[in-house]
Design a protein around this ligand. Structure first.
Ligand SMILES: Nc1ncnc2c1ncn2[C@@H]1O[C@H](COP(=O)(O)OP(=O)(O)OP(=O)(O)O)[C@@H](O)[C@H]1O
Ligand SMILES: [Mg+2]
Length: 249
């Protein structure tokens, strides 16, 4: 069963007199536990699609079905709740609160949701373990490296056990080695927690970790790769680079 679905989604932005077609009819389904990468040139609509999929913004036409609920038919309030309970977000700039420690940052969604943090002690410990930051839990963001801060952001996005993790260029501000660590971590969260993950990336090396790669151009999906699970990373990478070259030609 799909946990997330985009149905004939269009998104237009008004820029003074004229309209920008950021998404021009996107149909897309994601299965539980799937790891999907969204690629495409700058301005192709990747971030727009991710925002719509996560209910941060609404489509001009079409619908997003998140955890079985068509977002367009919900009130603003209900849509916020569905989003809060089903989606975790990770951004390029880690967006941590500077005055809070790593573990306090991770627990923030729990606090915002008015839940009892004590009930999340075990979840917190297992997430700190997953992201390899057990011994950094009391550090503030400025006492952590970029990669460590991004790992805190990932743990924070996962703390409430959202059905879906959405990440927009999560490796965009990291060196390539740290970026690889982050992608391996997202991959592990798919395999070990059966977490659904959707990542927007420019980086073919990052996309190679995904089960499926979709390519956007001018607001439409123009290509999709779904290599067999057994295909080695290097070969996946070649396939992705080949497709990128073909689309740029
Ligand atoms: N708030 C907005 N108002 C007007 N136009 C917008 C707005 N947000 C995005 N756009 C336009 O919509 C198109 C898609 O933008 P989007 O941010 O989704 O691209 P992207 O693929 O994420 O690009 P990048 O790789 O540079 O992040 C672009 O042409 C952009 O200029
Ligand atoms: Mg973008």
């Amino acid at each position: 069963m799909s946990v997330l679905e985009a149905k004939e989604v269009r998104k237009q932005y008004k820029m003074g007199e004229h309209l920008v077609n950021a998404l021009d009819g996107v149909d897309f389904q994601v299965e539980k536990g799937e790891f999907v990468a969204i690629m495409g040139p700058s301005g192709s609509g990747k971030s727009t699609l991710l925002h719509l999929l996560g209910g941060l913004d609404g489509p001009t036409e079409g619908n997003i079905i998140l955890a079985g609920q068509p977002l367009a038919r919900l009130s603003e309030r209900k849509a916020t709740l569905v989003r809060r309970h089903n989606v975790g977000f990770v951004f390029q700039f880690f967006n941590l609160l500077p005055t809070l420690s790593a573990e306090e940052n991770i627990l923030l969604p729990v606090i915002i949701d008015g839940k009892d943090q004590r009930k999340y002690k075990e979840r917190l410990n297992s997430l700190l373990e997953l992201v390899g930051l057990t011994d950094r839990r009391h550090h503030k963001p400025d006492q952590l490296s970029g990669g460590e801060q991004q790992r805190v952001a990932i743990a924070r996005a996962l703390v409430t056990e959202p059905a879906i993790l959405l990440a927009d260029e999560p490796t965009g501000n990291l060196d390539s080695k740290t970026g690889t660590l982050i992608m391996e971590l997202l991959n592990r969260s798919c395999n070990e927690l059966d977490q659904t993950v959707i990542v927007v990336t420019h980086d073919a090396k990052a996309a190679a970790y995904a089960d499926r790669v979709i390519f956007l151009r001018d607001g439409v999906i123009v290509e999709e790769l779904k290599p067999p699970k057994s295909m080695p990373l290097a070969e996946r990478l070649r396939g992705i680079m080949g497709t990128m070259e073909k689309l740029e030609a």
